[in-house]
Design a protein around this ligand. Structure first.
Ligand SMILES: Cc1ncc(COP(=O)(O)O)c(C=O)c1O
Length: 386
């Protein structure tokens, strides 16, 4: 039977939410060989033990579907061990069924929205924050309420978040990025736990991707038995240097982790990532040493920024914001010509005109700073001449 009426698409349309969605894309090509201070990655690579473990994989293992046995246990052991700085040690022990394994935290975020977000539900979050929460909400047909960070220090808008959370109908999801990417805003664990306890019908997701640089985790105090609506996200991408292999974790109450896992494929994490994750989790001293070096580099760069009187903002995370005196786009381009990538924050509310600079080693920050000073001068010359 022939259908009449106007043909809008010459191909079958996707769901309405998908048709109006813009693909989430980040400028991730052509970065090899450059000093990459644009995506908050580890700038020196993973532990040599990770590389060794990957090299030792027999070729025939690549022909076998991945096996995940023991990985959840390894995550629990890693999270339960106290750190070099005496932080951690969990008040309420975790079990392997409380650990969800994902193809990066991006995949965990996607799965959380897929499992919990329905058309008409609300995502409550902050602004500006990590760019992947919004498209995930949109693809589920959710409404987004993004509350701006407050004041010149970009403080967490706790009172406003609490007010919206306690309103009826309550948001289905609250996403807190702690420390926040890109403002670095830190929120102490206690208020987050109190928020979660106050709204049992809202899933409170704490994205702790950069927690290693602050130690502000909710995990040491979290009791998932009494607050089963709390989920914590952790990744081996940034600190352990496995961004290219894609592996991240969701930690929460067993039933919630089970529901999030139901919307993922059976083999979404590949076997190289599994091998690398085992080796990285077993070599926590390597990651701790990298984090300590990044914090030293941060202190060095902050001293230069202060001495130069340049507007900047640094709080948590392995990144900070700089507002160049010359046009930001020109400085970014000059840095690129010098082989250094940074991320422009053009179009982001509150931090328009800034560049986000990831922190690496002290030597890398020294290289960045010399290039940055030269880039300001040459960008200013060009803008004065035009
Ligand atoms: C706040 C935040 N969450 C999640 C991710 C994604 O992490 P993964 O590489 O584990 O997917 C990023 C990566 O930039 C991030 O900044």
């Amino acid at each position: 039977m022939e259908r009449s009426g106007p043909v809008t698409n010459p191909f079958p349309p996707a769901r309405q939410e998908v048709e109006s969605l813009q693909a989430y894309s980040a400028p991730l090509e052509g970065r090899r060989g450059l000093l990459r201070l644009d995506f908050n990655e580890n700038t020196i690579g993973p532990s040599p033990k990770v590389v060794e473990a990957l090299r030792a994989i027999p070729a025939d293992h690549l022909a076998i579907y991945p096996e995940y046995d023991g990985l959840r246990e390894a995550v629990v052991a890693n999270l339960s061990a106290s750190r070099a700085d005496d932080s951690a040690a969990l008040a309420h022990p975790l079990s392997p069924s409380q650990i969800g394994l994902f193809n990066g935290v991006d995949a965990a975020i996607h799965a959380i929205f897929h499992a919990y977000g329905e058309p008409g539900d609300t995502l409550l979050t902050t602004s500006p924050t990590f760019g992947y929460y919004s498209p995930c909400a949109r693809m589920q047909g959710m409404a987004i309420e993004a509350i701006p960070y407050e004041g010149p220090g970009f403080a967490f808008p706790l009172a406003a978040v609490r007010r919206v959370l306690l309103d009826e109908p309550c948001p289905r999801l609250l996403l807190i990025c702690n420390p926040n990417n890109p403002t670095g805003t830190r929120l102490a664990p206690q208020p987050i736990l109190e928020l979660a306890a106050a709204v049992p019908r809202t899933l409170v997701v704490v994205d702790e991707l950069y927690e290693a640089f602050t130690g502000d985790s909710v995990l040491p105090l979290a009791d998932f038995a009494t607050t089963p609506n709390l989920v914590v996200l952790r990744s081996l991408a940034k600190t352990a240097g496995l961004a290219g292999l894609r592996i991240g974790f969701a930690i929460g109450s067993a039933p919630v982790i089970d529901r999030i896992g139901r919307v993922t494929g059976p083999y979404d994490i590949n076997s190289l990532a599994v091998t690398a994750a085992h080796a990285a989790l077993a070599d926590q001293p390597y990651t701790d040493a990298y984090v300590a070096e990044v914090l030293r580099a941060r202190a060095w760069l902050l001293a230069q920024l202060q001495a130069a009187g340049l507007r900047h903002h640094a709080a948590g995370g392995n990144y900070l914001l700089i507002w160049p005196q010359a046009p930001a786009a020109a400085v970014e381009e000059r840095l690129r010509q010098a082989g250094i990538l940074v991320r422009s924050m053009a179009g982001k509310p509150l931090i328009e005109g800034s560049l986000r600079v990831s922190l690496g080693t002290t030597e890398q920050m020294q290289r960045f700073w010399s290039a940055y000073e030269a880039a300001e001068v040459s960008a200013a010359d060009v803008s004065a001449a035009s």
